[in-house]
Design a protein around this ligand. Structure first.
Ligand code: NAD
Length: 423
């Protein structure tokens, strides 16, 4: 089911290029000559994945791994299994990872991968075969010092476990640091599964304070109730807010008195979607965007907040759990209407931050407690959003442009100091 015809016209790579164009005038003269390095992907690999299905037939799938920029360190970015995955989408997602790791000052570049597949249509054995073949095909491009995948839409810790096992089998020894978001007993990190939703909450609370929005009085609407959306929903409810609407790929539910998040999590676990949840009414997908709400959390796919939807939004604060949920024209509408957007490259960076912690733990074979991880995550994210807020105040620009200024300066300074090979 597509969310809307408008949203499907969105070109994520073009949206990313627009964001780079918008930040360019703010960048210092000495790094201006290097800006074009942000407008291209360093490497892109397209792979054919022939898989023997359970019925004995052979199906071909197409997979991708893109390394957008490696100026600041190894590539880092998730693997998406979704029918809409294509090269342009993966390029945009890898570029956003470049910006995100730099905005958080993590020692990584940006990468992303994916397979054009609906994982719900495959059996567990087929999914495992697909994952193992994909890992072997992108094997020459990944590695703990080179490029480190992680979960994204449609992938999970089990899939990361299969990737780690396949890569290790090829190398002939266990290489835990080749992927993050793994199961705990395979070198995964405590706190990783909930980290992205936690980061959405932490950055949301910080910005809410700055715009005098009291969380406990807030109505929250969430699109996407997976890893990111459901954890953010849980934390906002715990802080006293009411989750009044949730939309996922099965439909939209609404209850102005609040939807109990844990109950909905259990329901979604058993029913594979929010549709039919008994303690809320079903509304049309388009009505979701005009509901009374204080905070909107897009936590599904790209391109959901169009200029038209932005015109009618009642939210005061948008927390971008998803990557690239807002069209550049909608950014302009929100700026005009005084709606504050905490951009994806900061808001959903909790996941990559704990992935960084996981990688560090794997490298040193020394593992931290969940309390330690959450404390470090909270500190890093609070500092990052404070820097972005300060930059947006100093430059009188949106939080997105401010985050891009900080990130692009770091990336381009690294490029400048490394120089251009062969010189
Ligand atoms: P997920 O697969 O766990 O959940 C995705 C959710 O989106 C599900 O509730 C699904 O029903 C919903 N969805 C899918 N198609 C939809 C549609 N057409 N209309 C409405 N809802 C739809 O994925 P996730 O890991 O929660 O990722 C969600 C977003 O957050 C993605 O943009 C992803 O790139 C981004 N993100 C995820 C992480 C992470 O650590 N998982 C980190 C950073 C950013």
């Amino acid at each position: 089911m597509s969310i809307s015809a408008n949203a499907s016209k969105y070109d994520p790579w073009l949206a990313y290029l627009t964001q780079v164009e918008r930040v360019t005038p703010y960048l210092g003269k000495s790094i201006q000559p290097y800006v074009n390095t942000l407008k291209v992907a360093k490497r892109a690999l397209i792979v054919d994945l022939p898989i023997v299905m359970d019925d004995g037939s052979i199906r071909h799938f197409e997979g991708y791994r893109v390394q957008h920029n490696l100026s600041r360190g190894p590539g880092k970015g998730g693997i998406r299994y979704h029918p809409d995955v294509d090269l342009k989408e993966v390029m945009a997602l890898s570029a956003w990872m470049t910006i995100k790791t730099a905005a958080l000052n993590l020692p990584f570049g940006g990468a992303k991968g994916g397979i054009s597949v609906d994982p719900t249509e495959l059996s567990a054995r087929e999914l495992e075969r697909l994952t193992r073949r994909f890992t072997s095909e992108i094997g020459p491009l990944i590695g703990p010092q080179v490029d480190i995948p992680a979960p994204d839409v449609g992938t999970n810790p089990q899939i990361m476990g299969w990737m780690m096992e396949t890569y290790s089998s090829i190398k002939g020894h266990t290489v835990t640091g080749v992927v993050t978001g793994k199961p705990l007993h395979l070198g995964g990190s405590l706190g990783r599964v909930r980290a992205t939703g936690r980061g959405v909450f932490i950055t949301g609370v910080e910005v809410a304070k700055n715009i005098q929005l009291a969380i406990k009085d807030c109505k929250v609407a969430i699109q996407g109730f997976g890893n990111v959306g459901s954890e953010a929903a849980y934390l906002f409810e715990e802080a006293g807010a009411k989750v009044v609407a949730v939309q996922d790929h099965t439909g939209t539910i609404f209850n102005e008195n609040g939807i109990e998040v844990v109950e909905l999590q259990k329901y979604v676990h058993h029913n594979k979607g929010v549709k039919g949840f008994p303690k809320a009414q079903e509304i049309s997908n388009e009505n979701f965007w005009t509901l009374q709400m204080d905070i909107l959390i897009p936590a599904a796919l790209e391109g959901q907040i169009t200029a038209e939807r932005a015109q009618n939004l009642t939210a005061k604060l948008i927390l971008e759990g998803a990557n690239g949920p807002t069209h550049p024209e909608a950014d302009d509408v929100c700026l005009e209407r005084g709606i504050t957007i905490v951009p994806d490259v900061i808001c959903n960076a909790g996941g990559v931050t704990v992935s960084y912690f996981e990688w560090v733990q794997d490298m040193s074979s020394y593992f931290w407690s969940e309390a330690e991880i959450n404390e470090r995550l909270d500190k890093l994210m609070i500092n990052a959003i404070a820097d972005v807020w300060q930059k947006s105040t100093d430059q009188d620009c949106s939080l997105r442009t401010a985050a891009y200024i900080l990130a692009c300066e770091r990336i381009l300074k690294a490029r400048q100091e490394r120089g251009i090979f062969p010189g």
